[in-house]
Design a protein. Structure first.
Length: 184
């Protein structure tokens, strides 16, 4: 299914960073090209806000990543990694991401979720009915929930052009954070 898209549409992009990171790593042994994800998600529409939900580590090594996101117009929302007594680790932004999308929906025409996580199905259904928004998902199809793909107005499958959405290289450095023109 293809969603209606036009320049005057107000959109926000909500990025499940961990979900995309692990999908790119497991499927392609690569990193995510967030610049192209944002460009294709926005699709020449009016970007109201782009938020990446990120888990921070004790070492703080992700600071450069946050700066790179900011350069392309993506705000980083951070949460500390939880480490439990038995050594188990938890890092989950699903509820925060869903709540932010629901809170912003009245100011938007389209909500774009960059995730393949099926836990977002109830949020998508709510946004489409009560929120009155068009809901789109951009993610790696092979690691995305089949039910999520069914309920959205449009699913952009990043597996169809993995070279566009991933970065590979031995140095680990990337020039993927070019500029995306923020329209609003």
């Amino acid at each position: 299914m293809s969603a209606i898209k036009h320049k005057a549409q107000r959109v926000a992009v909500f990025i499940d960073t961990q979900n995309l990171y692990h999908s790119a790593k497991n499927l392609y042994h690569a990193k995510v090209n967030f610049n192209n994800v944002l460009k294709d998600a926005v699709a020449d529409r009016t970007l109201v806000r782009a938020i990446a939900y990120v888990v921070t580590t004790e070492s703080g090594e992700e600071q450069g990543f946050f700066e790179a996101l900011a350069k392309i117009g993506i705000e980083a929302k951070t949460k500390d990694l939880q480490i439990f007594a038995g050594g188990a680790k938890k890092a989950d932004w699903d509820i925060g991401m869903a709540v932010d999308a629901i809170k912003m929906a009245p100011k938007l025409d389209a909500v774009i979720l960059a995730t393949g996580d099926g836990d977002f199905v109830p949020a998508v259904e709510y946004l489409k009915t009560a929120g009155g928004c068009q809901v789109e998902v951009i993610s790696f199809g092979r690691s995305s929930s089949g039910r999520l793909k069914e309920v959205v107005d449009e699913f952009v499958d990043m597996d169809e052009d993995p070279k566009r959405y991933t970065i590979t290289g031995k140095t680990g450095k990337s020039n993927s954070f070019g500029s995306v023109k923020r329209l609003a």
